[in-house]
Write a protein that binds this ligand. Structure first.
Ligand SMILES: [Zn+2]
Length: 119
């Protein structure tokens, strides 16, 4: 099978995520600057608390983006190595149907389910 489409899809998804990550970093820097510019013991403790929660959410989203990016990089590595489409765990075929839905999948459906159950 030719995985050229998968490679293109992974690369464009990767570029999109990197742009999103970039936006996040800038927003995070701005919100950190805003927070440090104002006294933490100022007039609006509730607002400060909200800003802290927002930053926490930003961090979680950033972690999420990084996680997906890492999976995409792993899939691209597998494309380079010629092991794309092969399950990391049982070395069986991941299956074209699954790769079409999730081009960065590195486990077959069965192993994925096993992994999720063991968590
Ligand atoms: Zn497997």
């Amino acid at each position: 099978m030719d995985y050229e489409d998968a490679r293109k899809q992974l690369l464009s998804e990767r570029a999109r995520l990197e742009r999103e990550l970039d936006v996040f970093r800038k927003e995070l820097e701005l919100s950190l600057e805003e927070a440090s510019g104002e006294s933490p013991y100022g007039q609006h403790p509730a607002e400060n608390a909200t800003a802290a929660v927002d930053r926490q959410m930003d961090l979680t989203l950033e972690e999420n983006l990084r996680f997906v990016l890492a999976r995409i990089d792993h899939a691209l590595d597998k494309l380079e190595a010629g092991t794309y489409g092969i399950c990391d765990r049982c070395h069986g075929e991941i299956g074209v149907d699954r790769l079409e839905v999730a081009p960065y999948a590195s486990l077959c459906v069965r192993c994925k389910q096993l992994e999720e159950r063991s968590r």
